[in-house]
Design a protein around this ligand. Sequence first.
Ligand code: XIL
Length: 347
Amino acid sequence: MRQLWSALVTVTAASLTAAVMLVPARPAAADPPATTLAEAAHRTGRHFGVGVSGHKLADPVYAGIVDREFDGLTPENELKLDATEPLQGRFTFAAGDRVVDHAESRGQRVRGQTLLWHAAQPSWLVNLRGAALRQAMLDHVTQVVAHYRGRVAAWDVVGEAFADGTSGARRDSNFQRTGDDWIEAAFRAARAADPDAKLCYNDYNVENWSHAKTQAVHRMVRDFRSRGVPIDCVGLQSHFTAYHPVPADFAATLRAFADLGVDVELTELDIEGSGAAQADAYRRAVRACLEVSGCTGITVWGVRDSDSWRSSGTPLLFDSTGARKPAYTAVLDTLNRFPATRHVPVR
Ligand code: XIL
């Protein structure tokens, strides 16, 4: 009997293996591989965006890549505090509007960043304290989100509010000194100004699950979710280098956040390096997102290496001439493989 049973198991296992192997990797004729990042990501139910500088959209090579490859734009600097409110109560949206108009005219989604950030602050704001500062922060959030109501799909409401290192503490900043509740107050103001915008907390060095900063952000998001503070997503900036590589537990980190009921996004992905090593690192980063159903989008932080905020590290998908790098091919291929992987019968 036991022999019969084990024979049956063997036969069943063999036929299952055969069945899985018979599933075509991709029904080639009906569904050829996508040829752009946006199309390939779209088929996985995700966005693929890019950080842009508005003034570069006049460069046809730059704009050509942006419009061919990406379905989302994040203005790299045009929506930051110093750009949108250079003088208190005097808002300037021309630079931001330029990027948002461009995106709208091409059906691209806009991520706005960053409403409250310790950096890129105008001097009037740096000089405020206490209740006056708190009010100014909230007024800023309200005015900027209201201006873009219905046009900016997702906002990084607060960015980089936690300290590096092992403390897990908040970063010291003028905002933080107005009281621990500044972050939740900002999220509530943003929700009131545009109830349909997706509201995110965004940070760097939160990709390794074991890092104190990752755990601290996770605790905050759990607390916000339990108390009904309106947070919808966590952005992991994902700036990688040889010394801060794509961690082996990246997918686990993404899943841990997604398990709190928020979406996660790779918001500023760039990986220093070149050639096959860089391509492989990109492959692993994209795969981590694809492994987590709550990972709804990837944004790379710039178009060509020469556009990057850290161009010496050549961290992007296109070289300075606008040619596709091995990293590009790796990302496209990884995205293209995903639907086939998904459609293999799950046991
Ligand atoms: C960077 C921009 O890319 C640069 O052009 C600018 O000089 C400095 O800021 N984390 C963030 C982004 O959230 O806003 C930063 O963008 C990169 C680090």
